[in-house]
Design a protein around this ligand. Structure first.
Ligand code: 5GP
Length: 145
């Protein structure tokens, strides 16, 4: 896969961005095509195309910064009555830029943002079956200490 992404260029300072926050691990900047005014992206400075390539510590840092941004958005001049986090991991999930990024999206009533999905109502047995399958993978991947 092409190692280039525009976010790597932004992190390296080779492409312009309206920066909001920066530390040694994370950069946050305004989305160039905001879904609502004030839409911010939080990216790791280290290159990771997907969650599977991302160091969990850096993943935690993304969330920490997202949480701070959510509070900052509410207190800023951005119209913000609520906040959605969104992260697309993989083409099927809608990922377009292959450098992990957390969307922090300010919300106001009637802003038009939404996730198109219908909740389903599976029987408990189906939920239990899938829960057991996921638990099994977790046990194999991260043995309890
Ligand atoms: P994805 O669909 O991968 O979750 O989201 C990619 C996001 O990156 C989109 O919201 C898009 O507007 C944003 N984006 C794409 N190119 C640029 C760019 O050059 N600069 C900035 N600031 N955002 C970008």
């Amino acid at each position: 896969m092409d190692p280039y992404t525009i976010f790597a260029d932004i992190v390296a300072g080779r492409a312009p961005a309206s920066k909001v926050y920066e530390d040694s691990d994370v950069l946050a900047f305004m989305d160039i095509r905001p879904l609502t005014p004030g839409h911010v992206l939080v990216v790791p400075k280290v290159r990771a195309r997907s969650l599977s390539e991302l160091d969990p510590e850096i993943g935690a840092a993304l969330f920490r910064v997202g949480q701070r941004l959510a509070a900052a958005l509410r207190a800023s001049e951005v119209n913000c009555d609520g906040v959605n986090f969104f992260l697309a991991d993989g083409v099927t999930a809608g990922q377009e830029v292959f450098h992990v990024h957390l969307h922090v999206i300010p919300r106001t009533p009637g802003d038009g943002f939404g996730v198109r999905a219908r909740p389903t109502t599976p029987p408990r047995a189906d939920l239990d079956y899938l829960a057991a399958s996921i638990r099994g993978v977790l046990r194999r991947a991260v043995p309890p200490s």
